[in-house]
Design a protein around this ligand. Structure first.
Ligand SMILES: [Zn+2]
Length: 432
């Protein structure tokens, strides 16, 4: 358990005063010692003295992923190699990867953030936590490993893959919690059933810490009902350090520790703030990062923010479930479509299974959207007429939700690809 009531239940005004102090220190440090950020501030005609209140943060220039790529591998670092104790590297889908360096203090902050988060999910010394995120250059495995050890839990560092062995160890070592992508947990649940093991009945698993890919509330309900666990959303990206924040037991948004990060939600087009609760692009400033400072970083994830005190007693703001990424948006015949809208609709249809695939193509100069979805074994009988009805119903529901025509293909249970890490559900043939 990791609980600091002074920090975690701090009044909002007091927290904002603390954020302002940390921001002010950060801005002076960057202006004085970072050639990159000094230049950016000159271009934006802003001096550290212009930051007189927390809301003056909007005077500061944004940072983007391309800034990290353009300065590959370590030109933005503000620590020497002697001060660094670790690197993580995220492989980009386009261009150079992003390299993140950590000082000992950066690792400590990251660990404490996750220790607080795991505590807020009700985990502690009595728990055995199976970490099935990848260990290595990806931040998921090692991040959760240290966070889980810090709360005194016992860690099973299984990493990704070797699914049958993972299920054996889950049973034999009595894992009570698992950390992995939602798609890997779905795969594990099915693999367990093939081995004659019900995760709900034959294991002690009660908590899933799931993330590293967008997933919907409907998928959560399905996972919870099927596997008999409470599934919590986790959030973070390597640029911010790694996975950092989770929902608490209220399952009512992800707590962002305000003494760690200052969060803004901006309109992706204008960069202006949106209203409390409204959706926009998540933008974060990490207030105490030493090696690779992150200021007003436009993460690209779409979410909203709540400031009301949570029923758990924690006063720190919460972000709502990520509904997609600015760059995941598919434009189909001029209409914006998010893969999460498709998942949301499909998971509300009892006849279909958890696995689906989205294929976008161009036919006769027009965009065509095809959704392949598995049906549940019980729906997959030899009654062709029933399947036709399900197919029509799915196409109708998707068409109504997305306001674009959708072709639907029903697939046999178990026939679509499964994923051990992040799911790759969208195939955009227009880009091939
Ligand atoms: Zn809470």
């Amino acid at each position: 358990m990791y609980w600091d009531s002074k920090i975690e239940t701090m009044e909002r005004e007091e927290l904002e005063r603390l954020q302002y102090r940390l921001l002010k220190t950060l801005v002076y440090r960057l202006y004085s010692f970072s050639a990159f950020y000094h230049r950016r501030m000159e271009e934006a005609k802003v001096h550290p003295d212009d930051v007189k209140t927390l809301s003056d943060v909007t005077k500061l220039p944004f940072m983007f992923k391309r800034d990290l790529r353009d300065n590959y591998p370590d030109k933005l670092f503000m620590a020497t190699q002697e001060d660094l104790v670790r690197y993580h590297v995220s492989s980009g889908t386009t261009g150079k990867p992003t390299v993140v360096g950590y000082t000992a203090n950066d690792l400590e902050e990251w660990t404490v953030s996750l220790a607080r988060a795991l505590t807020s999910c009700g985990l502690g010394t009595k728990d055995v936590i199976q970490v099935s995120y990848g260990y290595g250059l990806f931040t998921g495995g090692l991040g959760l490993h240290y966070g889980a050890e810090r709360i005194g839990a016992t860690v099973i560092p299984t990493s990704v893959g070797g699914t049958e062995r993972q299920i054996e160890l889950m049973q034999d070592l009595g894992a009570t919690a698992i950390c992995c992508t939602p798609s890997y947990l779905l795969h594990m649940g099915e693999a367990a059933e093939k081995m004659g093991v019900s995760i709900k009945k034959d294991t002690k698993l009660k908590v899933g810490i799931l993330g590293a890919e967008p997933w919907t509330a409907e998928m959560r309900t399905r996972i919870q009902d099927w596997l008999g666990i409470k599934a919590y959303d986790i959030y973070g990206t390597s640029e911010l350090s790694g996975p950092l924040f989770t929902e608490c037991t209220e399952q009512n948004g992800i707590h962002i520790w305000g003494d760690f990060a200052y969060t803004e939600i901006v309109d992706p087009k204008t960069g202006e703030h949106v209203g409390d609760g409204e959706k926009g692009e998540l933008t974060m400033t990490i207030l105490k990062k030493e090696a690779l400072p992150i200021v007003r970083y436009r993460i690209g994830d779409i979410t909203g923010m709540e400031h009301e005190v949570c029923a758990c007693g924690r006063t720190h703001p919460r972000i709502t479930r990520i509904t997609g990424r600015v760059d995941d948006m598919l434009i189909i015949r001029g209409i914006n479509v998010f893969p999460s809208q498709i998942e949301h609709t499909l998971m509300g249809i009892p006849e279909v299974g958890q696995h689906f695939q989205i294929v976008v193509d161009r036919k006769h100069e027009l965009d065509a959207l095809l959704v392949r979805v598995e049906v549940k074994p019980e729906a997959f009988s030899d009654k062709i007429t029933d399947l036709m009805k399900i197919k029509e119903m799915v196409a109708h529901r998707l068409g109504a939700a997305l306001t674009v025509n959708v072709d639907v293909e029903l697939a046999e249970p178990g026939s679509l690809p499964r994923f051990e890490g992040k799911a790759k559900r969208v195939i955009d043939r227009r880009k091939m």
